[in-house]
Ligand binder design. Structure first.
Ligand SMILES: Nc1nc2c(ncn2[C@@H]2O[C@H](COP(=O)(O)OP(=O)(O)OP(=O)(O)O)[C@@H](O)[C@H]2O)c(=O)[nH]1
Length: 604
């Protein structure tokens, strides 16, 4: 039932929960919803803010969610707007848009794990948005909880006051009532003139099969009303407000949302592609409010090829990607043909986890068996004519003679490790061409190492290698810092002189010989013998740097059939014909899809 929301701003608090993965954001959100009576604990599903099937399956929060809670104290009713945000570095842009809609942040740290890489990254992001930070130590019910030490670590690494740290157990609910009072008393009320021209920030969106795009907004100034004509300033599109309201935690329509409030709009928008996170909403008429700062098109950091493992599923894969893009506009895809794998798509993702999640969702929601090529990054190349281009595919890199400047994306990595693993982690980062930028002691025999590392050296397996060389205790967080020139080259693979596009890679010139030899050796072992010698070469431009030879077949495979019964010969030739279907011809050489797979999916 629609209700007029006439909340005065002084009784509104907008805050989010930020933390390292698994430190308890979603569980604490459940407790806050319960303690304010927003949900009763009879009907609730745990982690009710994680509603994407994959979130519940993987136990991680992928999409931000907003919920309005009513909290009564001393006869006054407060509206507490909670935004639960993804903690993973891949979704940093969504975290920053959620922070921009809040005045406060609960900085949650596990009472046993202590400060981790994403704790630091998210705390710095909250400070950049001038949010009031409420330090919270969670899981104090754990046997090995060490809240005093963790409070010390937080002071050393984040400058928080140990006496200000709220100590809670999101599992048992201990300390949650005190935390609610701290939110009311510490987080400032929002400002903004409800009578000014409407200016609202889009901080999230999701797709409802019946109502289309649901746009999450924070009203910065003015008032948005049901039936009003509004404009998305960056997208340039205008829409009528069909429904608006808040989530508590399901949708509760109301007549208006005033400056300071967080809620949702429904405008019969059929595709999430028309809703851009970070966009500004204002009136559709003349003199709209100015666009809010901080809007940024999602930066795809990682690309890979996705191909149906069986050629017939191409159209199914296309339909599945289109369906997924409606609900997750942050990844992009375009058709690509590969002489190795046939028809497929080149996809761009926010990061490695995002790529994994999209691939899993595709395979779950459309049960297509996918082949994924090794992920790579976007390079910035300036040619001899001074023209700079972003290159997403290795085969599009120009020949060496036409390259003036070859730049690669660099990320700043924060690695938090127990002191005994500092040596192995430093060695690993140096092997990945990292430049050390910092070494901070965090107390409790832990340290934070900061390295600038090429993104191409991070995306494939640096996170796993850090986990394995620190027995799982190390944590990694990174953020883009820019592009830097490097001595890079395109390494090509030729079969009897014909370049195999799908096998071209970008690598450091110093690595090219090693990688060329390894790929040539692997491909040689996978290519079947022909009636002639097959030369497998690795080359940089016209310079061959490695060669392997597949010797010619010495005898005719059907020879042993002569004199044998005709059916056996026919069966053998039929088998050969079957085998041919899965072959890709490169010049006069036939290479099996298995051979390409062996090379394409290898991270080397
Ligand atoms: N013992 C104990 N376990 C907790 C507490 N809070 C959360 N947990 C557990 O810690 C794990 C992670 O909790 P989540 O709430 O999913 O953590 P999160 O930060 O939302 O994780 P992401 O959504 O992946 O970022 C779950 O198994 C929770 O049951 C607590 O106060 N005490």
């Amino acid at each position: 039932m629609a209700s007029k929301s006439s909340r005065s701003q002084e009784h509104i608090r907008n805050f989010c929960i930020i933390a390292h993965i698994d430190h308890g954001k979603s569980t604490l959100a459940d407790r806050l919803l319960e303690s304010t009576g927003t949900v009763d604990n009879r009907g609730k599903k745990t982690q009710m803010l994680d509603d994407l099937a994959l979130e519940q399956q993987r136990g991680i929060t992928i999409k931000a969610r907003a919920v309005a809670m009513r909290y009564k104290r001393d006869g006054v009713e407060y509206e507490l707007n909670l935004i639960d945000t993804p903690g993973h570095v891949d979704f940093q842009y969504e975290v920053s848009r959620s922070l921009a809609c809040c005045e406060g942040a609960l900085l949650l740290v596990d009472a046993f794990q202590g400060v981790e890489a994403q704790t630091v990254a998210n705390a710095f992001a909250a400070m950049e948005h001038d949010l009031t930070i409420v330090p919270v130590i969670n899981k104090i019910d754990l046997t090995h909880a060490r809240p005093d030490e963790v409070a010390e670590e937080m002071m050393n690494s984040l400058g928080t006051d140990p006496d200000e740290c709220k100590r809670v157990s999101a599992k048992t609910g201990e300390g949650v009532a005190t935390l609610l009072d701290a939110i009311v008393d510490s987080v400032p009320a929002p400002t903004g003139d409800p009578d000014a021209v409407l200016q609202a920030m889009v901080f999230d969106s999701n797709y409802d099969d019946f109502r289309g795009a649901i746009t999450y907004i924070r009203v910065m100034q003015g008032t948005v009303r049901k039936g009003q004509k509004i404009k998305f300033l960056r997208a340039g599109s205008t829409h009528d407000v069909v429904e608006l309201g808040q989530f508590a935690p399901s949708r509760v329509p109301c007549d208006e949302l005033v400056a300071g409030q967080v809620g949702y709009l429904i405008c019969n928008i059929k595709s999430l592609g028309d809703v851009h996170i970070g966009d500004t909403i204002s009136i559709a008429g003349n003199d709209p409010a100015p666009a809010l700062p901080g809007y940024d098109r999602p930066k795809r950091m990682v690309y890979c090829g996705l191909f149906p493992s069986d050629g017939q599923d191409f159209s199914e894969l296309r339909d599945a990607l289109e369906r997924l893009a409606v609900n997750d506009p942050s990844f992009e895809f375009e058709p690509e043909t590969s002489d190795a794998l046939g028809f497929g798509f080149r996809c761009g993702f926010l990061g490695l986890l995002h790529m994994e999640i999209v691939q899993q969702r595709l395979e779950q929601e459309s049960d297509i068996d996918l082949v994924q090529t090794a992920p790579n990054v976007t390079y910035e190349i300036t040619d001899k004519r001074g023209e700079t281009k972003n290159i997403h595919k290795p085969q599009d890199v120009p020949d060496p003679g036409d390259i003036e400047k070859f730049c690669q994306p660099i990320v700043r990595c924060n690695v938090i490790v127990p002191e005994e693993y500092i040596g192995p982690v430093m060695k690993l980062c140096q092997e990945r061409r990292g430049i050390q930028k910092g070494h901070e002691v965090l107390g409790a025999s832990r340290a934070m190492l900061t390295y600038d590392i090429p993104l191409a050296e991070v995306i494939y397996d640096l996170h796993d290698r850090i986990k394995s060389c620190t027995r799982g205790y190390g944590t990694l967080d990174y953020e883009m810092v820019g592009y830097e020139e490097a001595d890079l080259c395109r390494l090509d693979i030729l079969v009897n002189g014909n370049r195999v596009d799908a096998l071209s890679v970008v690598c450091h010139r110093a690595d090219a010989d090693r990688r060329g030899r390894a790929v040539a050796k692997k491909l040689k072992s996978e290519i079947e013998r022909h009636m002639f010698e097959v030369a497998v070469q690795a080359a940089i431009g016209s310079r061959v740097i490695a060669r392997e030879t597949v010797p010619a077949m010495r005898k005719n495979v059907t020879a042993k059939c002569y004199g044998g019964d005709i059916t056996r010969k026919r069966k053998l030739l039929q088998k050969q014909k079957e085998g041919k279907k899965r072959m890709k011809a490169v010049g006069n050489v036939e290479i099996s899809q298995k051979a390409f797979m062996a090379v394409l999916t290898d991270g080397e």
